[in-house]
Design a protein around this ligand. Structure first.
Ligand code: FPP
Length: 231
């Protein structure tokens, strides 16, 4: 969700005002995602590296996250949305972690859509911690190294319960992954837009989905093979 800071600075506002407006955009995009029937939406809200930002910016982001999980509770529950989080959630301050964990627990049985917040998240960190956990099982003799397949690894990641990643959207003209869902994005379609996150709304999401639907996903195969497999 990139471009909050620049959106604010271009208006002569403090960067944190961009994050505030960004949180409003989150609400609109989550609602639209649910309405169009997405099975899952993952938002990169705070990276492992974002802890290095100025303390007041980190504090504002933590406050916005707390406000979000408290204020959106009714909307999330009424719309049968399951909330999960990926990343080093234990690093979050208690005033964020506690309401977050409460809503995750209470929404665990919801089935219409999964909303996944990436918090204190890093793709490399995630691959490393999963690797460590599997190595630990192998060392204890509960897992054979040859049983560490792609599927086994995928399901051991924190994203293991999510459907495959189909579309990855990056806002604000940046064209890099920035440590987001590195393993999961192997066959994802990428959509880059110059729009800053605070201005990204329902129509922008629909535009990204339209672009996605126009693409041919071959997963390494040829066009002819794809056409044949569709009968
Ligand atoms: C990156 O833009 C954005 C972030 C580091 C924070 C994203 C957080 C929110 C949108 C609000 C809180 C989240 C939720 C789920 C309620 P940037 O600041 O790097 O922008 P810049 O590239 O223009 O500097």
């Amino acid at each position: 969700m990139d471009g909050n800071g620049r959106w604010a600075q271009r208006r002569g506002l403090a960067r944190v005002e961009g994050h505030r407006k960004g949180a409003v955009a989150v609400r609109e995009v989550v609602r639209a995602s649910r309405e169009v029937g997405l099975r899952a939406l993952t938002l990169y809200a705070f990276s492992s590296q974002n802890w290095q930002r100025p303390a007041d910016e980190v504090a504002t982001l933590m406050q916005l996250l707390r406000d979000y999980v408290i204020e959106e509770r009714a909307e999330i529950m009424d719309n049968a949305i399951r909330l999960i989080a990926i990343g080093d959630v234990d690093r979050l301050p208690d005033f964020v972690r506690e309401p977050l964990e409460t809503l995750m627990r209470d929404s665990a049985g919801n089935r219409a859509m999964t909303l996944c917040l990436a918090l204190s998240y890093g793709g490399r960190e995630s691959i490393l911690s999963t690797t460590r956990a599997l190595c630990d099982m192998a060392a204890r003799g509960t897992l054979k190294p040859e049983d560490i397949t792609e599927d086994r690894f995928s399901s051991a990641l924190q994203t293991g319960g999510l459907p495959q990643l189909d579309l990855l959207i990056r806002t604000s003209g940046e064209e890099r992954l920035s440590n987001f869902l590195l393993w999961e994005s192997a066959y994802a379609e990428f959509y880059f837009t110059d729009t800053f996150w605070p201005e990204f709304g329902r129509d922008d999401l629909l535009g990204a989905l339209e672009s996605y639907h126009g693409r041919e996903r071959r997963f390494g195969r040829t066009t002819e093979q794809i056409l044949r497999s569709h009968g």
